[in-house]
Design a protein around this ligand. Structure first.
Ligand code: ADP
Length: 247
């Protein structure tokens, strides 16, 4: 299989901070329709890897091809317009706006003055908002102010704010941190569902959750890929066991 056959092909990606390689010659290939989970101890380079893919951090060397477009030197906003959505750990919802309004402001507007002028509550926008609200289990809370949602519902709303633009690659940082058992279950369902026809890359620490959602797992350690494959394969990998027991 050629690298260009994958939706996302990260090759030999490196970033140095004052000579320290936070991500060190990482290659990673993710299919369309695949949900990839990246695991590894603290400081392994997982967050930095996602920062590089979404353009928040610039690589020192290497390439990031997504649907055959090179992202590694593209501006962050242009990466978004090229179908990449990233959810950070820090909340980015508007607490005083309703669920509907949070989704509405996330709807991609046409560029420039004309795009903004003609952006209104058109039927197209409304129906997309309702569709997404349903996907994220918030269709009965459209008029609820975001700040009074549960922690889990806030996380779903953030995922919804990404989904509005229908990104083809979704990058998520610890999506179930702090969630209740039932919220985790629904999040697993949600992630499985949104990965259909898209590529999803998730950083996760909870191994039970990883097992539940991952098509394939990439284990990072000290900026490098230590192991990759099914959960069964990587958890029996001696190098992986050593890294996890050593911590
Ligand atoms: P993980 O997400 O796996 O816990 P990170 O990607 O956050 O790991 O960090 C990897 C390493 O890179 C850490 O040692 C961190 O301190 C370092 N690092 C990350 N970003 C920067 C930066 N902007 N400047 C300097 N060091 C950084």
């Amino acid at each position: 299989v050629l690298p260009t056959d994958y939706a996302l092909a990260v090759e030999n990606l490196t970033v140095s901070f004052d000579g320290f390689k936070a991500v060190d010659a990482v290659s990673l290939y993710v299919d369309k329709g695949e949900l990839r989970v990246v695991i590894g101890p603290n400081g392994a380079g997982k967050t930095t890897l996602l920062d590089l893919i979404c353009g928040k951090t610039r690589p020192t060397s290497g390439s990031i091809q997504f649907l055959n477009r090179e992202l590694s030197s593209m501006a962050e906003q242009k990466i978004v317009r090229n179908g990449v959505g990233r959810k950070f750990q820090t909340p980015s919802i508007y607490p005083k706006l309703t669920v509907f309004e949070n989704l509405e402001v996330s709807f991609p507007k046409g560029r420039g003055v004309w795009g903004s002028l003609f952006f209104s509550r058109s039927e197209e926008v409304k129906s997309r908002i309702l569709e997404v609200a349903k996907e994220i289990y918030l269709d009965e809370d459209l008029d609820t102010e975001a700040e009074i949602l549960s922690h889990g519902q806030k996380q779903w709303l953030e995922i919804g704010m990404l989904l509005i633009a229908n990104p083809q690659l979704i990058l998520l940082d610890e999506p179930v941190a702090g969630m209740s058992v039932s919220e985790r279950k629904k999040t697993a369902e949600l992630l499985r569902r949104i990965s259909q026809g898209r590529s999803v890359v998730v950083i996760e620490h909870d191994m039970n959750f990883v097992r539940e959602i991952a098509d394939k797992v990439t284990v990072m350690h000290q900026g490098k890929v230590l192991a990759e494959g099914s959960m069964d394969k990587v958890e029996n990998d001696e190098k992986v066991i050593e890294v996890y027991l050593g911590h």
